[in-house]
Structures are given as C-alpha cells and as structure tokens.
Ligand binder design. Structure first.
Ligand SMILES: [Ca+2]
Length: 566
C-alpha cells in the first residue's frame, strides 16, 4: 500500500572465496531494506556493514532489496555492475540472505519491452546466482503506484518471460511472483487464468492492514485465505510476505507498534510464511531503527530481538500449535531443543485476562519490552502487549493443537469490529469511518450520538448528497462461504436511499468487485431490523460494511450491525 518505496540496487560477485558461507537457512525473519543505493560513496560500504550487523543483532538474516533496472542498465549499450557487485559481496561476507527485487524501467507493455526486461533479469540472476537465490518479479504491479494501469494479462506475460530467463541463468533459484499490495487473490486468479501459474516457485504479498492491529485486520484468516485461493491451482507453493508494517510516529505509539510487529511476525511464523518487515529504517514512522551511528532504536527493535532469540534465529522456526486459552487470549507454542518450548501469549484487546497454564513450575515470563511478568503456579495475567513464557516443557504444558487457534471463525460469530459502536473514544466509533475507503463519499452531516438502541452509542447521517456512507474496517472474506449482514436503522423524515450494504473489495482495495444491500427505508421509523445474505464474487478478498444514506434531507441512524459467515 506504500505509495512510495524508493528502490535500490544491488548485486554481485563471484570471487569471494574467503567469504563466510551465506546463511541460506530457513529463518522467517526479514526486513526491507538496507538502501544500498545510499552507500555508493566513500565509507559507504562500512556503513552498510554496520547496518547488516544491526540487523543480525536483532536476529534478522534476510534483506529484501532492489536491483534497479535503471541503475544497472542506464543506456542501451551500458551495464553497470560495480556498485551492486560490492553490496552483494558484502551481504555474502556477512551471511545476509537476499531477496532480489527486479524492478524498474517503464511498465512493460509490449513484446520488445518484455524481452528487454527479460534480458535484464537474465544478466542480474546470472551475475549473482552464487549469492542471491530468491528473486521477485516487480513490486505491487496490482496498483497504479508501481504499474501504470494495472493489467494482470500484461503482468502474466512479463512473468512468463522473466521466469524463463531467470531459470535459464540459475535453474536452482526461487522466483516469486505477485508482489501484491494487499492479499491479492484477484491477482493470483488472473495469473492462473492467463496461464502463468507454472511460472513461479512461490508468491509474494504485502498484507498491510487498514485496521488498528493484526488481530482486527484478521491477518491469520487473511493468510489462510490466500493459501486456500492458490491451493486450487494445483501444486502448493509457498507464500512470502515481502512487505508488511506498522507505523509509530511518536514515542507514545512505540509500545503499540512493537506489539503489532511481534504479533505480525508470530502470526506469519505460525502460518509457515516468511515475512520481511517494512522497513528497518524509520521511513515515515514505519521502521524500528532511528539512526545507525550511534545506534538509536525504537522499542520494536528490542522486541523483535527478544522474539527471534526466543524462537531461534537463524534457523527454521518450529511452530507446534496453540494451547487452549480463555476467550480473547492467544497462546502460540514454539519448539526449541528437545522438549523445551517457548510460549507467546497475548490478549486480543486492552482488557487484561487471567491465564492458568497446566505447567505450574519452572516458568519465567517477560513481556516483549523486557518487563518481568509475575507467574505463580502457572498463573499469569496477560494484556495486549505479548508475553514470552520460557521454560515450558512439552510433557507438562498440556495438549497443543491447531484446533485451538483463537482466530478460526466460528459459525454464527459476529466478524465486525465494534459492531455496537459503543466503543467511541474521541467521539467516533472505533472501526468506523465517515466516508468510503479511497474515496470521500462523506457529503452530509455525520454524527456519533447517544440515540442508539437502548440509549447506547450509534452513528447517523443527515442532509446527505450522493454518495454518503459510514465505512467499517475491512474483513477478510472467503468466496466459498456465504455471509449474512444484519443491522438496525432508525429514520426521521428520511428521503433518498437508506440501507446497509456489503462492499466486496479485491485485495488491493482499489476495486469494488460487487455490492449487495438490504431493503431501503424512508420516512420516519423507530429502530427497524434489516438483513441480507450473499456470497462474495470469486475475486473478493475483503469486505467493508457500509452504512449508507444518500440524498437524504432528513436523518438516518444505524446501530448493532452483525456479519456472520456460514
Ligand atoms: Ca450501540
């Protein structure tokens, strides 16, 4: 979703026989990006080495970085390698694994441009094949920020060309395709429909959230739905999240950012998905390193280090399952040596909850900011900030199972965030926004009032033009399931169109791929229940519930909305 990634460059070498063997392990922790293009100056490589050490100190051994087409091939007869040679050689020496992002030049629209891109892919992969084994074809081609007028047919043609040329250079490399802004099911369906599915070894996605945190985002469900989508294409292929992140622009936001980053890494690890955090630098508030010399970090840096220490990095993370917890608590179990286990526990919201573990002794707990957490007789209190529990023993902690994943949807449960609207800090209901995502659609008077059902909080729209709607946080949806939307509407001298609707979005949320609405109300009515049931279109990845009041010269109130999955 990042509209502005500045990309870089990189590559390299063949001659570093004395170098440390690259660490091509299965560590799932990565970052974007070391910004190699900043280091093409005296002393620059030493700075880059410093940054690699900072990364590794946090237990992160993967860097996703750009091998910029324009830098490497500035003129028809010129190929410039020196800078990338040095950077890749350094990564090799330092044991940093690279994901090479192959991006740059004009959007390839014709055969000549595709062939030219293919030649660049061949040359880059061939030059660095001893060091760089994972390559990604373009960045976020499903949004106009990176690919003018996104067109999955054209992208698939590019993938076919690039895959053939990459494999010609290095049959053992891994080629990732997609690189979608958002979960991208529509994009992968399109690649499959256009015959490109065989031209990849894995897919990449950028599951940035438009929600408050990964729990409200439904990140666990989102990853499982992407997996389900591509499982229909045949041979299973791995998913890599090559960009995802959370901002903290002030010190007061840093604990929440650290929490979200750790939860995001843990949820990815539990789903077997590699993840590159965007980004190590504090670009626009996203990162966790403010400055490298002298090192100044945000809280998330220490939290990530604690997590990678606990889970083991470098090396594969061994997720074993979940412990059964009280409602609102998640507990992930990871294996260390032998029967040694480490638990990561958190409460879904800011309500602290009591947890009683089956193992009563030998446990030590700390939260991810390093603060000790009291644990007595296996009992502890957990809040939103994740707690790491050390000293767990596989033989004493009780049953560990995938069935205890707290984010598995239960039939009939309400999937919406703050459906009653009663949580309204700052006098706007949490999870609800006036106006539609990516458009304004807020022409009218939008209010949060105490006119709700039984005197509770609700929202209203008056004196609206068309279009006008309250928009809910997006929720991941499964096109194989059916959804029932129910809500309550009250009207006073209402005109126009007053309904509640489901807006199905594609993964990037740049396109509404379908809508369905309840029956409409006009005139004056006390609270009236409205409902509609529908199945999402195949390309839907997310749904936003909209509370709609268009061309209304009166007032319409909305409250108590539910959306369930069947
Ligand atoms: Ca309410």
């Amino acid at each position: 979703m990042k509209a502005t990634i500045i990309l870089l460059a990189a590559l390299a070498v063949a001659a570093a026989s004395a170098a440390v063997k690259p660490n091509y392990d299965q560590s799932p922790f990565g970052v974007n990006y070391l910004k190699w293009h900043y280091f093409d100056r005296p002393g620059g490589l030493d700075d880059l080495r410093t940054r690699m050490k900072i990364m590794k100190d946090a237990g992160i051994y993967w860097d996703r970085d750009g091998f910029d087409y324009g830098d490497i091939h500035p003129k028809p007869d010129e190929w410039k390698w020196d800078h990338y040679d040095k950077c890749v050689a350094l990564a090799k020496q330092e044991g940093i694994n690279l994901i090479g992002l192959l991006l740059g030049g004009p959007t390839p629209r014709d055969e000549a441009q595709r062939k030219a891109y293919g030649e660049y892919v061949y040359r880059v992969v061939n030059r660095y094949k001893d060091t760089v084994k994972v390559w990604e074809i373009w960045n976020e081609p499903n949004i106009p920020s990176f690919w003018k007028d996104p067109d999955v047919k054209l992208y698939t043609l590019l993938v076919k060309e690039a895959y053939a040329r990459a494999k010609q250079a290095d049959p053992t490399c891994t080629v990732l395709i997609g690189s979608t802004s958002g979960p991208g099911q529509d994009w992968f369906n399109g690649i499959y429909d256009n015959g490109g599915w065989d031209c990849c070894d894995g897919i990449s996605i950028h599951p940035y959230a438009m929600a408050a945190n990964p729990i409200e985002q439904g990140l666990d469900e989102e990853l499982r739905l992407v997996k389900k989508c591509i499982s229909k294409f045949g041979t299973p292929k791995p998913i890599w999240s090559t960009e995802v992140g959370w901002r903290a622009r002030t010190p007061q936001q840093e604990e929440a950012q650290a929490t979200r980053i750790v939860q995001t890494y843990v949820i990815h690890a539990a789903n077997g998905v590699h993840m590159d955090y965007f980004c190590m630098d504090d670009y626009d508030g996203w990162g966790f390193v403010k400055r490298d010399k002298p090192l100044e970090t945000k809280l998330a840096y220490g939290s990530v280090k604690m997590l990678t220490d606990a889970l083991g990095s470098p090396g594969a993370v061994r997720f074993k399952g979940y412990l059964r917890m009280p409602a609102g608590v998640a507990c992930y179990v990871f294996a260390r040596k032998g029967n040694d286990r480490v638990l990561v526990v958190w409460s879904n919201d800011d309500k602290p909850r009591s947890v009683q573990l089956a193992q009563k002794t030998g446990l030590i707990a700390k939260d991810i900011l390093g603060r000790p957490v009291r644990i007595t007789g296996g009992k502890l209190e957990v809040g939103q900030t994740p707690v790491i529990v050390y000293g767990a023993d596989a033989r004493r902690i009780g049953k560990v199972s995938g069935d205890f994943n707290p984010y598995l949807r239960k039939p009939g449960s309400n999937l919406l965030i703050n459906p009653s609207m009663d949580s309204a800090p700052g006098n706007e209901p949490h999870g609800w926004t006036p106006g539609r995502f990516f458009r304004s659609d807020n022409k009218g008077t939008f209010a949060t009032t105490n006119d709700g059902r039984a005197g509770s909080t609700c929202v209203s729209i008056s004196n609206s033009t068309s279009p006008a709607a309250w928009d809910a946080s997006p929720i991941p949806v499964d096109p194989d399931k059916t959804y029932t939307l129910t809500g309550w509407i009250k009207t006073k001298a209402a005109t126009g169109r007053n309904v509640i609707g489901l807006f199905w979005y594609n993964g990037s949320q740049w396109h509404v791929v379908g809508t369905v609405c309840t029956a409409a109300l006009t005139g004056t009515h006390d609270w009236t229940r409205v409902t509609v049931t529908a199945r999402p279109p195949r390309d839907a990845a997310l749904v936003r519930v909209n509370l709609i009041s268009e061309n209304n010269s009166g007032t319409t109130w909305f409250d108590d909305v539910t959306m369930t999955e069947q």
